[in-house]
Design a binder for this molecule. Structure first.
Ligand code: ADP
Length: 272
């Protein structure tokens, strides 16, 4: 492809000769533009809850409120503060992941043990969501193979939780979410989360793992999304030598899966 942006230098020598140097700086310019976009996005994401918080603080200062009203405002403020905490924690996770190509820690992780807290957390989230919508999800966890996975426990856990969390948050109450482990025909181990949610149009799929990319801004924020979850998942799975697969059909649902290479999986050693 032709360069879109060139840096050109002209040298004039004493004897009248000219030297023209040109360098393709397209990639550099793109990286700089992405950095600027990122800073703008982060600022925007932080400013929104801050503005809301400031507004509530002023209300509390200026209005005569009864105890119940004060409680209500304080609860709303706590929600906004929590949102900022989640955002900052996701940003830190992402910057750590982007800083190095290998897992932060490498050990053999027992899959059943790893999946316990993921399932507990998912059931908690499902319950919280059904209190809002009045309709519970049908949440199903399939059997977990008795194997170990080589990698960083906390990174793997966050990748699994993110995918299950998304399925629950984007699937309206009454829908179904299936979390399953299976072996592909080529022997690789696959973790999959299938939902009966709204689905995602094909044109969005290639961009889903970009930082702050959202198909539906308002739905994402409403359900506590930071827009960073899939970027984190992508980095985690890449560092573990695997791949993220996404299949989706509008009106039918989505399936997100993580495929792990065979050399990262081993049978659980015999316990004595
Ligand atoms: P967010 O915090 O907004 O959920 P993610 O990076 O986790 O950020 O996801 C990016 C976007 O992908 C979401 O905003 C949403 O539009 C879409 N998305 C992710 N998972 C699903 C799903 N299971 N069903 C429908 N849309 C989804």
């Amino acid at each position: 492809a032709l360069p879109q942006k060139l840096a050109v230098q002209l040298h004039v020598y004493g004897d009248g000769r000219l030297l023209l140097l040109s360098r393709d700086v397209t990639a550099l310019a793109q990286a700089e533009a992405m950095r600027r976009d990122f800073v703008a996005n982060v600022s925007h994401e932080i400013r929104t809850p801050l503005t809301v918080l400031t507004g509530f603080i002023e209300t509390l200062q200026n209005l005569e409120l009864d105890a119940a009203e004060r409680e209500r405002y304080l609860a709303l403020m706590a929600g906004q503060a929590e949102r900022m905490q989640t955002l900052v924690s996701d940003l830190l996770t992402l910057s750590r992941l982007e800083g190095s190509p290998t897992p932060g820690f490498n050990e053999w992780v027992d899959l059943p043990l790893l999946m316990h807290p993921v399932e507990d957390e998912a059931r908690g989230l499902a319950q919280a969501l059904s209190m809002q919508s009045g309709r519970p999800h049908e949440l199903h966890f399939g059997p977990v193979p008795e194997v170990q996975l080589a990698g960083a426990r906390s990174e793997l856990r966050s990748a699994f939780s993110n995918l299950v969390g998304n399925a629950l948050r984007y699937t309206p109450g009454g829908g179904r979410v299936d979390v399953e482990w299976s072996q592909l025909p080529d022997g690789r181990l696959e973790f999959s989360v299938t939902d009966t949610g709204p689905g995602i149009a094909a044109e969005h799929l290639p961009r889903l793992t970009e930082r702050f990319y959202r198909v539906d801004q308002s739905r994402s924020r409403e359900t506590g999304g930071t827009g960073l979850g899939l970027a984190i998942v992508k980095h985690v799975i890449q560092r573990h030598g695997g791949e993220l697969r996404i299949a989706s059909a509008i009106g039918k649902g989505s399936r997100f899966s993580l495929v792990f290479p065979t050399n990262r999986v081993r049978a659980e050693p015999e316990r004595v």
